[in-house]
Design a protein around this ligand. Structure first.
Ligand code: OOG
Ligand code: MG
Length: 254
C-alpha cells in the first residue's frame, strides 16, 4: 500500500489474499502512517469517511471509518494537484474542524463542538490504492481511508457563529455545479461525526489533540478528477476552497 501511494499505481485488494478484519485494517493503517512519519511527514489531524449516505451508497461500504492526515497531504487553497501522481483521484466536499483543545472520548456532539476552535470548508482528494476504486471495509481502513490530499477553505469561523448542521454546499468543476449538498448529510451534523471519531479513537486507546484538523466526511458522492480541471467548493457562510489539476498535454503544447 505504501508503494502504491508513492508510485500512484493501484494494487489488488488485500482481502483477496484472505479474510481481513477491520481491526487488522487499522493496524495496517497505523504501520503505513509510521512509514510516512519516519520519512519526515508530521501528523496534521484525522479524517472521517463514509459518514454520509451518498458516500456509503457510492462505495457499498456502510460503516464510518477514520484515517490519518499528514502535513504533506495538505494542498494549499488555490494550489495545483498533480493528477498523474495518483492512481485515480476523486474529490468530495467536506467540512473541517480545527481543534482548540484535546478531545478524549467518549463525548457527545455538543461536547465535541466545545473543543473546536474553528470550522472551515474543505475539499478532500481521495485516491483508493486498490484497482478500480473497489474495496471492502477492512481494505479501505488499511488504505488510510483512501485519503490522498486535502484543501482547507479560506475562512475559519468559531463554531458558535453559524449553525454547522444546515449549510448548503456547492461543488463546481470548471464553473459548473457537479454536486450540491448540505452539511446535514454528514452524519446528520458534522459535530456528530467529530464525536464519533473521538469515540472510535477512545475504543482504540487514542485521543484527538489540540491543533489537529479533522475532516468530517464527504457530504455528497465523490467525483473523478481529470487533468485540466478546476474545482471549487462554496459553503454557506464558510467561504470557499479551490484547486486546479495539472494542465492537459494539449494545454501545455498549444
Ligand atoms: C473511502 C473514504 C471516504 C468520505 O469522506 O466519505 C471518505 C472512499 O470513498 O474511498 O473520505
Ligand atoms: Mg472524505
Amino acid at each position: 500500500l505504501d508503494d502504491a501511494v508513492r508510485l500512484g499505481q493501484p494494487i489488488p485488494m488485500l482481502s483477496l489474499e484472505g479474510p481481513l478484519t477491520a481491526e487488522q485494517g487499522y493496524e495496517i493503517q497505523e504501520l503505513g502512517i509510521e512509514l510516512r512519519l519516519a520519512r519526515g511527514e508530521r501528523l496534521a489531524g484525522m479524517k472521517m469517511g463514509l459518514t454520509s449516505l451518498a458516500k456509503m451508497r457510492q462505495m457499498g461500504v456502510h460503516t464510518p471509518i477514520y484515517g490519518h492526515l499528514t502535513d504533506a497531504m495538505l494542498l494549499p487553497d488555490g494550489g495545483i494537484l498533480t493528477v498523474s501522481d495518483h492512481c485515480h483521484p476523486r474529490v468530495e466536499p467536506e467540512i473541517a474542524f480545527l481543534l482548540g483543545q484535546d478531545l478524549p472520548g467518549p463525548v457527545s456532539p455538543a461536547q465535541a463542538l466545545a473543543a473546536v476552535a474553528g470550522a472551515c470548508c474543505a475539499l478532500e482528494i481521495i485516491d483508493s490504492r486498490y484497482r478500480d476504486f473497489q474495496f471492502k471495509l477492512a481494505d479501505v481502513v488499511a488504505d488510510n481511508a483512501s485519503s490522498a490530499r486535502f484543501v482547507l477553505g479560506n475562512r475559519l469561523l468559531p463554531p458558535d457563529r453559524l449553525d454547522l448542521g444546515c449549510l448548503g454546499m456547492v461543488m463546481e468543476i470548471d464553473a459548473k455545479p457537479v454536486e450540491i449538498g448540505c452539511s446535514a448529510a454528514i452524519y446528520e451534523h458534522p459535530a456528530r461525526s467529530l464525536a464519533e471519531l473521538a469515540n472510535m479513537l477512545a475504543r482504540r486507546g487514542k485521543t484527538l489533540r489540540a491543533g489537529q484538523i479533522v475532516l468530517a466526511g464527504g457530504a455528497t458522492a465523490a467525483v473523478a478528477l481529470q487533468a485540466g480541471q478546476r474545482v471549487r467548493l462554496e459553503v454557506d457562510g464558510l467561504g470557499c476552497a479551490s484547486f486546479s489539476c495539472t494542465p492537459t498535454e494539449s494545454a501545455r503544447c498549444p
